[in-house]
Structure formats: C-alpha cells, structure tokens
Ligand binder design. Structure first.
Ligand code: NAD
Length: 380
C-alpha cells in the first residue's frame, strides 16, 4: 500500500491518495461475474477519490484444479501475501455433478479456501447482517420486529476453539465414545477482542461479548480477557450475553446489537442465524482478517453453479465486501460509506436482481447492477 502526497490544501490525514494492490480471486461459478462488478465499483471509487487500484488475479478452487491440478498453488499464495488485501468471488461447483468432487478431499475446491485462510493467518471473521428498509419484506421475522431494522456484525474467532482442539473416538467397555476438546489461551482471546473493539469504534461503539460463562471454563477466561481489553476502550460499551440468550435475542430484538464478539463454534451458528433473518443471501458480505490490516473479503454466499454464466447473479454482497476492504484494510471510511450509500440508493430507486426482486421493481442483470452502483458513487 503506497500513500501518495496529500492533496494540496487538504488537512493531514484527509483526502489521501493511495495506490492499492489488490489480489482478486474470481473463482468458480458466478465468482468471475460478481468480482467483475465489484471491480467496476472500486474503479469508480478510485476515479472519484483519486486512488489507484492495481489488481492481480489468481486462480483458486475449481479454476485452479483445471489448470494446475490443485486448488491452490504456492505461487498463488505468494501473490496474495504480496498484496494489501484479497477480494474473492466464490469457489466450488455443483457438489453432486462436478468432477472436482470425485477428487480426494485435500484436492477439492474448498481445500483451496482453507489453505489460503491458513497461509494468511486469518483468525477474525466478520459477517455483517443488515436489513435494508426496501428488502424488509424478505425478513422472516414478524413485521413489528423487522420494522425497527437492524445493522449488526458478528466477529467470530476462526482458528481456535472446539473445531481445532484435540479429538478422538474410542471404545470403552464396548461402548463407542467421542471426545472433542475446546481450548482457548488468553492471547487468542485478546487478539480477537482487540479486533472487535477496534471495529466497534468504526461503527456504533457497542460490543456484545457472547459466551457460555455459566458452564465453560474457556468462556470464563474469554469473559475475563474481554473485560481486560475493554479497559483500553472506555468509549466502547461492553455487555456480556450467554449464547443461548443471544440466539433468542437475534430473532426477538436484533436491533439491539452492534458488534457481537464470540468464539469459533458459537460464531459459526450465530452468523448463519443472523444471515437468515435478513432473508437475502445475495446481499451478505464478509471479511477475514489477520493481526495486521490485511484481509480477505468475500460474499457470504457460494458460487451458485445453478445460475453461473447467465449474468443474473446479485453482485451486491461482493460490492459490500469491497466496501469492507476499503474500511478495514485501507481505513478509507468515506469511500466505504460512498459504496454503502450507492447500494442503499440503488435499492431505493427500485432496481433489483432476480433473487431480491419484488413486483413493481425493475429487474436488472448482474452487469447492469454493477453499472447502476458505479453511477451512484458520488465522490467528494
Ligand atoms: P450457494 O450460496 O452457492 O447457493 C444457494 C442458492 O442461493 C442458490 O439457489 C443460488 O443460485 C443462490 N445464490 C447464491 N448467491 C447468489 C447471488 N449472488 N445472486 C443470486 N442468487 C444467489 O450455496 P450452495 O449451492 O450450497 O453451494 C454451491 C457451491 O458453492 C458449492 O460448491 C459450495 O461448496 C460452494 N461454497 C463456497 C463458498 C465460498 O467460496 N466461501 C461458500 C459457500 C459455498
């Protein structure tokens, strides 16, 4: 990331011009179509705000298998590491029909994604769930709840906890028994908590730390360390919530949440629940960060092989992932706001791709949606 001289007359730290090196992973299925539209919007941001976006594409998933025989090469990892951030479409094919799924698990498309997450040490997963006024009808919650709207973000620890602990299955006295272990050390908790509080500062300044401290030791340590970190963020409000209550509150009163900070398994479950209550899979962005500003940004949905190549996919989740990249990797908050405002405006103006279409709206293709969004990047 290269910072150019601030514009004449601009105050320090304002209106910075940047040269941004972005590795793109178009991937499989609708991936190339939605990444193309996200680049269109980023290019418009660059034009309006005086930045330079330099893209390098790499292959991953099925696209890499077809060319290299493996879902991720060392060269692709090196290219991603050399960039300031990675923007991804989606990987994978039809799991029942694609020949990629005849391969051993370590050579299938998804192994590429696990491999890059590991190589880039991405331990913090961010999934926003936003209910837009114009799409409120897609929300499966009662109208009196959806009317209040919501805009929350789940910050999930991604590399520790139950999914990475020791496990085994044994037979004891003729009875099969399976054991999984849930461990967290204080450093793993501290680094994700710091990310959670940093991000709450960029939002509405509230962290809800979710655990099961009435039962689990790992949760009691989680709560203690989160409290310690909170001491450095007096401007951020902290509350603790038990995971069972949180699952209930997400459908009862989602508007109460800003940042939900939680461990791996709780985050896995709660982030899917939060996505479902928005009702619009094509609108959900995500990011995975390491302990620097580096991140991998991708939509929450998959590669939608059923609609690939038809120019009908909704590119908004990828465009909103690009907005997260501007905000969290580059600290370009105004530019990120401009992208998010363009999304709100396009919905207000009545344009919809097929997945979010409702009568009375204008049906648009994937590429038209990209054009409409780019037109609405208003700039400084
Ligand atoms: P999916 O999210 O790809 O599709 C589910 C349904 O939602 C489909 O009907 C699809 O057409 C629709 N859909 C998804 N995104 C859309 C968009 N942007 N616009 C319009 N409609 C959209 O889930 P799936 O079918 O279970 O998985 C397909 C492939 O994607 C599988 O190979 C799976 O492993 C992979 N996958 C990859 C990722 C990733 O790359 N991070 C995540 C999830 C699934």
């Amino acid at each position: 990331m290269i910072w150019n001289q601030a514009r004449k007359g601009a105050e320090m730290g304002e209106d910075r011009q940047m040269e941004l090196h972005i590795t793109c992973i178009p991937g499989d299925g609708i991936g190339p179509e939605i990444v193309r539209e996200a680049k269109k919007v980023l290019d418009k941001v660059a034009e309006k705000y005086g930045h330079q976006m330099l893209y390098t594409d790499i292959l991953m998933g099925g696209a890499s298998i077809d060319v290299h025989g493996v879902p991720l090469t060392e060269e692709a990892i090196a290219t991603a590491k050399a960039a300031d951030a990675v923007l991804m479409g989606s990987i994978g094919g039809d799991t029942t029909k694609s020949p990629w799924y005849q391969l051993p698990p370590n050579l299938r498309p998804e192994a590429g994604l696990l491999g890059i997450r590991k190589a880039l040490n991405l331990f913090a997963n961010l999934r926003p769930a936003v209910l837009y006024d114009e799409l409120a009808a897609a929300c499966p919650l009662k109208e009196e709840i959806s009317r209040a709207g919501f805009d929350l973000l789940i910050m999930r620890e991604l590399t520790g906890g139950l999914y990475f602990g020791e496990r085994k299955t044994v037979v004891e006295n003729g009875v099969r028994k399976a054991i999984d272990t849930l461990t967290y050390d204080e450093n793993e908790i501290r680094r994700i908590a710091v990310k959670g509080f940093d991000i709450a500062r960029k939002r509405r300044g509230k962290v809800t730390s979710v655990d099961k401290a009435n039962v689990l030791d790992s949760s009691r340590l989680w709560r203690k360390v989160v409290e310690e970190v909170a001491g450095d963020y007096p401007d951020v409000k902290l509350e603790h919530m038990l995971v069972d209550n949180c699952a209930m509150q997400l459908v009862k009163n989602p508007a109460q949440f800003d940042v939900i900070l939680t461990e791996n398994m709780f985050g896995d479950i709660l982030s899917d629940e939060a996505s479902m209550v928005t009702g619009s899979i094509g609108m959900l962005a995500s990011a995975s960060l390491n302990d620097t500003k580096f991140g991998l940004y991708e939509p929450s949905h998959g590669s939608a092989p059923d609609i690939a190549g038809q120019n009908v996919a909704n590119p908004i989740a990828t465009v909103l992932s690009a907005a997260m990249m501007l905000r969290y990797s580059f600290d370009l908050d105004k530019e990120a706001d401009a992208v998010e405002s363009a999304v709100k405006q396009v919905l207000k103006d009545g344009y919809r791709t097929g997945d979010i279409f409702s009568p009375g709206c204008v049906l648009t293709s994937c590429s038209q949606m990209g054009d409409l969004l780019a037109e609405r990047i208003l700039g400084i």
